[in-house]
Design a protein around this ligand. Sequence first.
Ligand code: FES
Length: 267
Amino acid sequence: MTSGDPSYSELSAIYDREAVIMANHEVAPNTFLLKWHSPEMAAEARPGQFVMIRTGTALDPLLPRPFSICSVRDNSEIHILYRIVGRGTVALSRVPEGGRISVMGPLGNGFDLTRIDRPAVLVGGGIGIAPLILLYERLGMEKCIFLMGFPGRGDVIPLEALDLSEAPVHIATDDGTMGHAGLVTELLEAQLSHEENRGLRVYACGPQAMLRRVAELTTKRDIHCQVSLEAHMACGLGACQGCAVEAAPGRARAYHHVCRDGPVFDA
Ligand code: FES
């Protein structure tokens, strides 16, 4: 099975549930970790998949929002890491422990895990680290290096809050206030320059400029790379056309739906 194959999502069940919040707390400025109990979603969730969340029963905010699945714990808990970016996420941040949300998922095509025996480099920019955390949990620390990029120290999400204190994480900050001073793609470039291409795989999620650079670096070295794209989504099911992105030149289709054909694509 390859990423971007629409049949992949058809293999997993999709649930539409009201969930009771177990925790919803701020782990970094404007960044929250949300947890709920859902053994059936937890059993289906694959790294790179997402859920659509609607807060409360009010009509405002009307549309559900997509959130990457960040972690699955004890085969029963789903965790979401999110940043406050607008009315929907403000409303979500105000749902207290014991409050209820509507959740549909898991949705989309996750990362292709057919070669998880290979060494891997995970590259996350900002909140783009979220889907890579579940991937890291599935791959295990022996095979992974996790590169994270943030604007500055104040934006870095504490690794303890994500249970990543022991993980092989390297941090870059644009303003040089923590870790490598510069872009996370510079860390990737350094990593690739002293790695033989022994079947290495690269998985990335973050801003588009970062993903473009990751794709350039890996394509040049003929390294397999998958990227998870972010897009505005209204339905999450391929019905509204709201998440269409232009396909690479030479593809059979002019557009892909990020929600149904992705969010993970071959770089
Ligand atoms: Fe509706 Fe993708 S979100 S088609």
